[in-house]
Design a protein around this ligand. Structure first.
Ligand code: KG4
Ligand code: ZN
Length: 353
């Protein structure tokens, strides 16, 4: 089965084709990825310091069809050969979600094919299974595993028992980790999106110049809170008045250290609680090098297998949607949909799956 995935939940238009036979025959999952095309709107939104929903929708419309053509060319397939169209149904920006949904449903209608609506976070959650690191084996043996989802909108620890069987063990009570990165970047006068910029600047910082709080780090549960940390950064910025480069770097380092400490501590607690020996890290913040260093130490201390998606699949992309669509349809073919209802869910919790 060839599945074409369409991701348009925010500011990235992602298209990919996945051949489900690779998953079915338990070959390394990444081999099934036949083609992928991505267009990032980051440059456009940078001008406004954040994503402008209306502009995002218009740009998804502008680039989707050329990206589909490009992706089919890479996959050496004709549109008619695609068996089903997977699209991001939510959560995300309503208008942006509608673009991908309408394209998937209209092409499927025209060709008498099926669609499947995918939860954006389920896409992220399963994307590490596409890691080329798993080159000699299929990822089927990894279940159950622990997943840390750290993106611009979400921070949660999940127990992944099987495809579609997820238990939320802890989540953020306020800001997501990526959101805290983006807000801190704004306070330090850095460009959007803030995560990579703060991370780079932190590398020039001096350790110990600031002591920032680590909210909920020692709480008994696995929940997070990052709003207070951002406020602590704001307080330092206000106290300083005019910031020089070294001040910004020192504060960025203190911020990154605090986020990494909290994420590593909670993940360690969750590994102990569940007895899982595999951790997958998904979502944009998973690209962060300081967080990866933190997990490297954790891996050495706890003998845990830590798995990341390839760097280009850490942020939003079509591959994770095509892949999630493929494995879900294999597991439950009745999920294939022929309805023409445009049922996007801008707010949709993974626990409602
Ligand atoms: O998963 P994603 O592409 O989009 C969703 O939010 O679904 O994640 C984007 C988030 C942004 O907040 C961005 O600042 C953050 O991931 N991010 C990073 C890094 N790269 C992206 N945060 C820290 N370090 C990075 N290297
Ligand atoms: Zn995302």
């Amino acid at each position: 089965m060839y599945i074409l995935g369409i991701e348009t939940s925010c500011d990235e238009t992602g298209i990919a084709v996945y051949d489900s036979r690779f998953w079915e025959s338990k070959q390394p999952a990444y081999l099934g990825l036949l083609g992928q095309s991505l267009f990032s709107q980051v440059k456009m939104h940078e001008l406004y310091g954040g994503v402008v929903p209306e502009l995002a929708s218009r740009d998804h419309i502008r680039v989707s069809l050329p990206l589909i053509e490009d992706c089919l060319k890479q996959s050496q397939l004709q549109l008619q050969e695609i068996d089903a169209f997977a699209y991001t149904k939510g959560p995300g920006l309503a208008g942006a979600l509608l673009v991908g949904t309408s394209i998937a449903k209209s092409i499927a209608f025209g060709l008498s094919k099926k669609t499947i609506g995918i939860h954006h976070l389920e896409g992220h959650l399963l994307s590490p299974l596409l890691s080329p690191e798993l080159e000699s084996s299929s990822p089927h043996h990894l279940f159950p595993f622990l997943a840390l989802l750290v993106s611009g909108g979400h921070t949660q620890i999940m127990l992944v028992k099987d495809i579609g069987v997820y238990e939320t063990l802890g989540e953020t009570l306020d800001d997501a980790a990526g959101e805290a990165f983006d807000k801190t970047a704004k306070l330090l006068g850095l460009s959007y999106p803030g995560g990579p910029a703060v991370s780079q600047l932190a590398k020039k910082g001096t350790v110990g110049k600031f002591q920032l709080p680590r909210p909920l780090m020692h709480s008994k549960n696995l929940d997070f809170s990052f709003a207070g940390l951002k406020t602590a950064v704001l307080t330092q910025v206000k106290l300083k008045g005019v910031m020089d480069e070294q001040f910004k770097a020192d504060l960025a380092l203190a911020f990154v250290d605090a986020v990494v400490d909290v994420l590593c501590k909670k993940v360690k607690d969750a590994l102990i609680l569940t007895g899982c020996k595999t951790l997958v890290v998904a979502g944009g913040v998973g690209a962060n090098s300081q967080l990866r260093d933190g997990f490297k130490t954790l891996r050495e201390k706890t003998n845990t297998h830590v798995l990341y998606p390839p760097l280009d699949l850490c942020t939003d992309n079509g591959a994770m949607i095509a892949f999630a669509g493929a494995v879900k349809l294999l597991q439950n073919p009745t999920l294939a949909d022929t309805s023409l209802g445009f049922d996007v869910l801008p707010r949709w919790s993974l626990s409602e799956l």
